[in-house]
Design a binder for this molecule. Structure first.
Ligand code: NAD
Length: 344
């Protein structure tokens, strides 16, 4: 199993996208973003996505030269049209717009439509938390048709529709919620398939609606189940309505939707509610109290959401990023077909 160092891997990824016609600044951003997902331990949203993005460039679903544009704007909101640009460029622009608006006022809501896949949604809300703001994100996705069955259904209707929230804490990583509203992110099934491993029960139904542990069944007209039954299903619908219908991005139930994400970011300026010092003081008491919980049998400790990602990033920065052989071979093959030579 190859183990890659983060900086050369990000540079290699950037050179692949540059060879596919992407300006260096955008390609660098996409490379860094994908590698940061691997660092955070979410390999499903890391460099494994290179092949998908290259296919989408070929299909004119991602336009490497496109840039997001503000279509509507007030002091506290904006609607950005990505014009099918890379999702990483669109999401970074959207959250930066939100940060500047929420700083000026108490709140900001930024909608994003017609952009490519934004990758690890948590990356973008974390940027706001690093600036002392709270950020929530609702990203609907997928192309027309969907991949996830509604609760009680045995047909594809929804995307994996992730939700994310980042809340700054003092002397700790930001509290970070960041997960698909399906029982598992689609990319994790792909990682299992590439690694030749079965998936746990309760995640996927085959095309006949029967439970399966074979990851390949998902790609043979199977479907993902929603997370936590009717609760994940309801959150997925909320996300479709906020990220897709409110923004005009579309969604799996709407015709003509191209693979990508529609996103609604909501930002809150803590200092409009109370001083940052007061917020941090109570936040620390709360976090300490949660962390002090006696572990249940089978657990070593209680983690705060965001701790797994922060720990993974620390370990992988030091030890490198392990990739399965299939993913690495596919990346090298894609790079060579574009004339990109080996990793530095
Ligand atoms: P997951 O099931 O791995 O859950 C991750 C979340 O759970 C994080 O907030 C993490 O800190 C928290 N967590 C994990 N273990 C914990 C523990 N023991 N205690 C407390 N908190 C814990 O996530 P997922 O559903 O597999 O999603 C993975 C990634 O895929 C996310 O980054 C998501 O944004 C991304 N995604 C993106 C899209 C898209 O269309 N762009 C679609 C689906 C998923």
């Amino acid at each position: 199993m190859p183990v890659l160092q983060p900086m050369p891997l990000a540079d290699y990824t950037s050179r692949i996208f540059q060879a596919a016609g992407t300006p260096k600044m955008t390609a660098d951003l996409v490379g860094q973003s994908l590698v940061s997902a691997n660092l955070a331990g979410h390999d499903s949203h890391g460099v494994i996505r290179i092949m998908q993005y290259l296919r989408q460039i070929d299909a004119d679903e991602i336009r490497p030269l496109a840039r997001p544009e503000v279509e509507r704007e007030t002091a506290v909101m904006a609607l950005l049209n990505g014009h099918r640009c890379f999702g990483q460029l669109a999401a970074k622009t959207a959250i930066e717009t939100g940060i500047s608006k929420a700083r000026g006022d108490a709140v900001a809501a930024i909608g994003l439509k017609h952009s490519g896949h934004v990758g690890r949604l948590g990356e973008w809300v974390e940027l706001a938390a690093e600036e002392g703001l709270i950020a929530l994100a609702y990203a609907n996705g997928g192309r027309s048709g969907g991949l996830v069955a509604p609760f009680g259904g045995a047909e594809r209707r929804m995307g994996t529709n992730p939700v994310a929230a980042a809340i700054p804490l003092q002397d700790r990583p930001s509290l970070l919620l960041d997960f698909a509203t399906s029982a598992v992110a689609e990319g994790k099934v792909r990682v299992a398939m590439n690694g030749g491993k079965p998936i746990p029960e309760g995640l996927v139904l085959d095309k006949h609606g029967r439970p399966t542990r074979n990851p390949a069944d998902l790609y043979d007209d199977g479907m993902l189940l929603p997370a936590a039954g009717h609760k994940g299903y309801s959150l997925a619908l909320l996300t479709d309505l906020l990220g897709g219908v409110l923004t005009g991005a579309g969604g799996p139930t709407l015709p003509g939707t191209i693979l990508g994400n529609g996103v609604l970011f909501v930002l809150l300026n803590i200092e409009a509610f109370r001083s940052l010092a007061e917020f941090f003081a109570d936040g620390t008491i709360m976090a300490d109290r949660i962390k002090s919980t006696r572990p249940a049998p089978g657990f070593n400790e209680v983690l705060l959401p965001g701790e797994p990602e922060a720990r993974s990033a620390q370990t992988r920065q030091q030890n490198g990023i392990p990739l399965d052989n299939t993913t690495w071979e596919q990346i090298v093959e894609a790079a060579e077909s574009l004339g990109v030579t080996g990793i530095a």
